[in-house]
Design a protein around this ligand. Sequence first.
Ligand code: ABU
Length: 364
Amino acid sequence: MEDLKGPAYPVVNAHNEWDPLEEVIVGIVDGALVPPWDVILEATLHEEELWDFHRKYGGSPWPDELIAAARKNLGEFVHILEAEGVTVRRPTPYDFSKPLSTPDWEVKSSCYALMPRDVLLVIGDLIIEAPMGWRSRYHEHLAYKDLCKEYFEKGAKWISAPRPQLGDQSYNEGFVAPREGEPMRTILTEYEPLFDAADVIKCGRDIFVAQSSCCNRFGIDWLQRHLGENYAVHEVEVYDTHPMHIDATFYPLAPGKLLINPERVPHVPEMFQRSGWDILVCPEPLMPETHPMYNCSRWISMNVLMLDEDRVIVSKGEDTLIKALKDWGFEPIPCSFYDFETIGGGFHCASVDVRRRGELKSYF
Ligand code: ABU
């Protein structure tokens, strides 16, 4: 369908990370809980001191002052998005405090609806509810059901990947995370397909995925077979002692521009050099080492959000990255976000693109 303004895109339409963003889901802090203690946290949390914090406070609300500060950051993010002409949608507030169990396991509570990027994988006009690797996130998709139903009514495709069992067979027994320099290993077995949506990053017909503490090879194979021959799903080799998600590690920002984490990407896939892409090495984060971080690393600085090929939302305070982005030809839009990052993620994590103005193409 064409009119004078150009093609009208389906209500759900996202093929890459940079086509002009029209509609996005942004998470909410309401009801956010500290992730309850579970076997997977040993594989995910970068600092061992955080284990005791999660053992003690997991399943409880985050302290009011942390939530208030995170809410303020999220408000600024939403304000910027709306001021730049993007429609912002929010999940349905949900009571995540109840204990949950299956015949195979139980945990104290769910977590939150803070990070839509982890839950919903949008590829073209298809929404996939991810087969997430954390037991405590087993029901997180419930906060997005209203939106998914609405998008389905308006023409989107919508499926849930096979619901994982997440029993003991899914995790390597006695797993100990590698120390820096030791060979990479992850906690997941190949018992069933697992991935979080944020383990995946889109680049048109080529989709990049990295194994992590919530993504295994079986999950990558499931995704390739499900997407079929219009897509090539590539596994990216990463080095991360506590891997969780690809979006602070390997990030195609725009056609021909790949941002990489210098500590985590030992080899850039040959296809990028072959096609003349610029490899942009993310500078060292500037977040003070003393800034409290409960769930991710300071490299969350890389977790920017593209509004189009030029405009990029980036954490205020990351001046070296902001300058580098300018030098690489982008227009950075700084937004205060350190306090949101404290409880678990950056701009990419806190959002999921629903509609970008563009079509499926190959960039290689
Ligand atoms: N999506 C969150 C990535 C967190 C990290 O790599 O530290």
